[in-house]
Ligand binder design. Sequence first.
Ligand code: SF4
Length: 440
Amino acid sequence: MSHHPSETRHDVPCSFCGLLCDDLSVTTDHGRVRIDAGACPRATAGFDAANRALDAGATPRIKGQAATLEQAIAAAAEMLRGARAPLFGGNGTELPGMRGVMDLADATGGTVDHMNSYSMFRNFHVLQNSGWVVTSLSEVRNRADLLVCFGTDIASRLPRFYERCLWVDDTLFGLRAEDREVVMLGSPKDPSLATSPAGRKAEVLACANEDLAEVAQALRALVAGRPVAGDSVAGIATADLARLADRLKAAKYGVVAWVTSDLDFDHAELAVQSACDLVRELNAHTRCNGLPLGGTDGDYTAHQVCTWQTGFTVRTRLSASGPQHDPRAFDTDVVLANGAADALVWVSSFDPGKTPPSTSIPTVVIGHPAMQVECDVFIPVGVPGIDTAGHLFRTDSSVAVPMRKLRDVGLPSVAEVTAAIRAALQPARPAVTTSEARAC
Ligand code: SF4
């Protein structure tokens, strides 16, 4: 491991949530990274974990025994060579890493999923069913005068959202921080996170998140001028909902934001659908947009790469006859429960806590260097945005932000490891390809 002397960099992008803030100041000192400015609890945890990896002295392992990188790669290739239906799960990596995973899946007829699919698909179902009207973070920053948080406080998941996107004064159209209002619907964890710099608190209209679909439909009716029966809807006074409907109609640029990981209940896609229906209705009267927020562990990036390479998002199998997409059958948990995979490659480079699901099939983990995991082959890799460069897609999918390599402690990237496994696999695969070609 080579350790560089102390160096401070500015305007460093952070890879630990979908905001991808690009304004951190970071000092690297003998391989340790420290955020001097622009930190938030989530980023600090991510950087701390990357430092822990140095203490742990991460090394590749085969069945728990220390091995060289070359040996671990050979063992991973050997495992994949014998597999007929490998599953590539987790996929917490940046763009080049995801491309490498796709190459490997393509070479082995593997199935590709992401650890956050259960959450992302709450949005995808709506997008596929009806489409949606959504906006970007820049538009929110420059135009949003009323933000409705739908079942979330946002900042528990994306800590600097308000600081970066709402409580700003230098906007294109003269909108100032104190001109903006926040209303939270449902069960936000900590509404105080959205208190404005001058101390104005977010208004909360509380209900169970499970009831948000009903509340959104009532709001939609009120916006359309239709009556809503009863004094309350899911515990919220109808009069309060009517006031909110009026405020949304009076807003110049309303935004309805949600985080699918906070909508964690059965058929949450119906809540997302109702929020999108409300936005659509509002556009008959004023401007209003949805804002689906999320994007951790490279989930939006995996979605983008898989989509542009196969025409489908994750939960896609790269079979010899072409990609097959099935959001239910190719769910990691379902594949494992059905015994439909005979090898698991788990990629997780952002968070040492995101370990593979327990399974009895042979498992290779290409993981965060501080990860504690028992598996057949463990290959520690660099943390995106600290040890490795490569783009990540921001939560609004409109911007791909280049991450920077801040130190060199001798850890390979997911892209390098997957390419090496692919190369080691090479000689043994043509027989399969030839027989498949004959079968056609
Ligand atoms: S809000 Fe997200 S991207 Fe910004 S510094 Fe915190 S973890 Fe990093």
